[in-house]
Ligand binder design. Structure first.
Ligand SMILES: Nc1ncnc2c1ncn2[C@@H]1O[C@H](COP(=O)(O)OS(=O)(=O)O)[C@@H](OP(=O)(O)O)[C@H]1O
Ligand SMILES: [Mg+2]
Ligand SMILES: [Mg+2]
Ligand SMILES: [Mg+2]
Length: 396
């Protein structure tokens, strides 16, 4: 039943019975890993599920007036803010009250600055309403109403600088806001750093099909959507249905060993990754399948279950990667048996604060293909550097 529902082409294996408890908290699924991060993952799932519901409600009736442009021209919506407020509120309230409330730290994408201006006041009103509606509809938190100030405070709890010491939650309240606004893929991405290393991650992907989106899954008749991936150090990666209706399944990256058969995924937005460079990498590897282009860290989730075998991301010159764009996704891949590295072959370093410190580009694949993919990446980068100026649209 479950395998039928999840479709062919997904690298799923049934999880042990202990991982299939139902939550008893509304429709929010629970997660049992037996790992030392079990409590953290459970509360992260609760927070991400709640935030994903808010996002789904907004995306269903998305109004252009609910979208603003930030100073860097990227879009931000009431759902980005609402999702951040909810995750922050749940984490603070549920997980750390007894253990580490005073040390609570969150590195998150959004801040409340624009909402505190006169222009932002209607938006703040709407966000507060959405947050309260989502909490009330869940029903498991009791009679709680957040004020506008509570919402601002919850959003601004994400201002931590992060760094190499201690525990930090890392949140992208909507990753792939452009996809969200377009009605396509997006993810609520929540990671946990401990002493500079990602130790847990949850990815809510409300629009991701349960069936594979890879070349082998393209023919699936199952159009159900809404996946949630959860991973923690040493405990593997599990895929849940967003509504908790099916049992959780362990997922694993593809075990394809010959790059000829390896489909790759990349950003939907050409402005976010150099698609001419990735096409050359694919050519060098002999990949014939067309790229799977989807927004957000949904790519990491899709790859973790084997839809694609390679993830390639090469931002244009001058762009600095943020930790919230990769923290949750990277552990979802590594715990599913994959590897995530930069163009020098180094693992990603999440210990340097809000930005990722890396050579260039982000690549993920399985352990069989790591050497071949890395060699192809380095060859393609050299070739790109040797192209006389004016003959290529991309520059390192
Ligand atoms: N110029 C540029 N280059 C590279 N990356 C950028 C750039 N601008 C933005 N971003 C970040 O990309 C995040 C969206 O993820 P993806 O690039 O994987 O998705 S997409 O397919 O392009 O939508 C997106 O995340 P969100 O802001 O959370 O949507 C950004 O952090
Ligand atoms: Mg953004
Ligand atoms: Mg993002
Ligand atoms: Mg975002």
């Amino acid at each position: 039943m479950v395998n039928e529902k999840l479709g062919q082409g997904s690298n799923l294996a049934a999880a042990p019975k202990s991982e299939m408890r139902s939550s008893g908290q509304g429709d929010v699924p629970s997660f049992g890993t037996g790992s030392s991060y079990e409590d953290d993952v459970a509360v992260a799932i609760r927070a991400v599920t709640l935030a994903s519901r808010l996002c789904q409600a907004v995306q269903r009736k998305l109004l252009s007036k609910e979208t603003q442009a930030k100073a860097d021209k990227s879009p931000v919506t009431v759902a980005d803010y609402g999702s951040q407020a909810l995750v922050s509120w749940v984490l603070q309230r549920e997980s750390l009250v007894d253990r580490a409330a005073l040390r609570f730290s969150m590195v998150a994408e959004e801040d409340s600055e624009d909402l505190r201006t006169e222009d932002g006041s209607a938006m703040l009103e709407r966000i507060t309403q959405l947050v309260n509606e989502t909490i009330a509809a869940d029903g498991s938190f009791g009679p709680v109403t957040l004020s506008k100030d509570d919402v601002l405070t919850a959003i601004d709890r994400g201002s931590s600088p992060g760094g190499p010491d201690g525990r930090h939650w890392v949140l992208d309240p909507i990753d792939g806001t452009r996809g969200f606004v377009r009605g396509d893929q997006y993810a609520v991405a929540l990671g946990l750093l401990e002493n500079g290393k990602v130790v847990a991650g949850v990815l809510g992907c409300p629009n991701l099909p349960l069936a594979s989106i890879g070349p082998n899954g393209a023919v699936s008749s199952d159009k159900s959507t809404g996946c949630l991936f959860a991973a923690s150090k040493g405990a593997g990666t599990t895929m849940h249905t967003m509504d908790g209706s099916l049992t959780a399944q362990k997922v694993h990256v593809s075990d394809v060993c010959d790059s000829k058969w390896a489909a790759f995924c990349e950003s939907y937005e050409a402005a976010h990754s150099k698609q001419d460079l990735t096409a050359n990498i694919a050519r060098i590897l002999g990949v014939s399948a067309p790229p799977i282009r989807i927004d957000s860290q949904c790519k990491y989730g899709a790859m973790a279950r084997g839809d694609a075998v390679i993830y390639l991301r090469f931002p244009h010159a001058g762009y600095r990667e943020k930790i919230w764009d990769h923290a949750a996704g990277s552990i979802v891949i590594t715990e599913a048996g994959g590897e995530v590295f930069d163009a020098a072959g180094k693992a990603l370093d999440f210990s340097k604060g809000r930005f990722l410190d890396l050579e260039h580009g982000i690549v993920a694949t399985n352990s069989h293909l790591k050497d071949a993919v890395l060699a192809a990446v380095q060859t393609a980068i050299k070739e790109e550097q040797n192209v006389p100026k004016g003959e290529s649209s991309s520059h390192l």
